[in-house]
Design a binder for this molecule. Structure first.
Ligand SMILES: [Fe+2]
Ligand SMILES: [Fe+2]
Length: 276
């Protein structure tokens, strides 16, 4: 109020005597800053616009066309929108905390996840969001990661203590929830298990796990082409291949393999055998 001049416009059905009362109750210095404008009764309210979008009715002529395009493009006011913050806001924040290379990788994983979601009939927006956030805790040093794990209550087993970088996925899920406002459990789990996998992964978890391994900006590694091909053919085969590759890669580097990854692999192989 101290910075702006306000123009108050009337809405259909306003009560002029109520309005006068309200205005008169305002502090003198504020009252002088408000100009009242009576406009013809055109009933446009934001609530009405939201309801129209929600129920699939047009909002043409109720908002300027760039606003209409924006609302539709970002799926604002759609039933699941309120539970997932806008990608723009997440992106801006990630851009400021990640290295340029990591940020580019993040964009690649988000887009690949969305493509995979489309292929397998998963929720595209959830896949895109999970892809964007999967490495949101990767930017911290090992020391910071361990400290944050304690602060956020991420349980540190021996494997994680020995390899603090591995905490970035579990920690990432907590940070996605607390700092990026993600409430959707499936998205949070896809972030949490994108490195190790786990038994009985959801489709979204599999999608982000694979997208992380095959996104277009990934440096070449042995087996990449095979996983890329499998990814769009049979997601389970792709995850099996991805897990085998991750386990082999870590063995070669004499790292301890996280038991979650081994269990994830056993689970998928068993499930596959049962199908045959
Ligand atoms: Fe990661
Ligand atoms: Fe990643």
């Amino acid at each position: 109020m101290s910075m702006c001049e306000f123009v108050a416009v009337t809405r259909p059905g306003y009560n002029s005597s109520e309005l006068k009362k309200t205005v008169n109750s305002l502090n003198e210095s504020y009252r002088g800053r408000i100009t009242f404008l009576e406009i013809p009764a055109l009933s446009i309210s934001s609530t009405d616009i939201r309801h129209r979008v929600l129920s699939g009715q047009t909002i043409k002529y109720l908002v300027p066309s760039p606003v209409e395009e924006y609302i539709l493009k970002f799926g604002l006011y759609s039933p699941d929108f309120n539970s997932i913050p806008e990608a723009d806001a997440i992106n801006a924040r990630l851009h400021s905390v990640l290295t340029p290379k990591r940020y580019k990788h993040t964009q690649g994983v988000a887009e690949e996840s969305a493509k995979l979601a489309k292929r397998y009939g998963a929720d595209i927006k959830k896949a895109y969001t999970a892809g964007l956030l999967h490495d949101c805790a990767k930017c911290f040093t090992d020391g910071e990661k361990l400290k944050l794990c304690r602060a956020y209550g991420v349980e540190l087993d021996d494997v994680l203590k020995a390899q603090p970088d591995l905490t970035h996925s579990f920690l990432g899920a907590r940070i996605a929830e607390a700092e990026y406002g993600i409430r959707d459990k499936d998205i949070l789990n896809a972030v949490a298990y994108h490195t190790t996998g786990r038994e009985n992964m959801s489709l979204l978890e599999k999608i982000v796990f694979i997208a992380d391994l095959i996104e277009p900006n990934r440096d070449y590694y042995k087996g990449l082409d095979k996983i890329r091909k499998l990814a769009y053919n049979n997601i389970d085969d792709a995850v099996i291949s991805g897990l085998e590759r991750t386990i082999e890669y870590n063995r070669e580097r004499k790292r301890v393999i996280h038991p979650l990854g081994i269990k994830a692999l056993e689970y998928l192989k068993e499930e596959k055998n049962e199908q045959h």
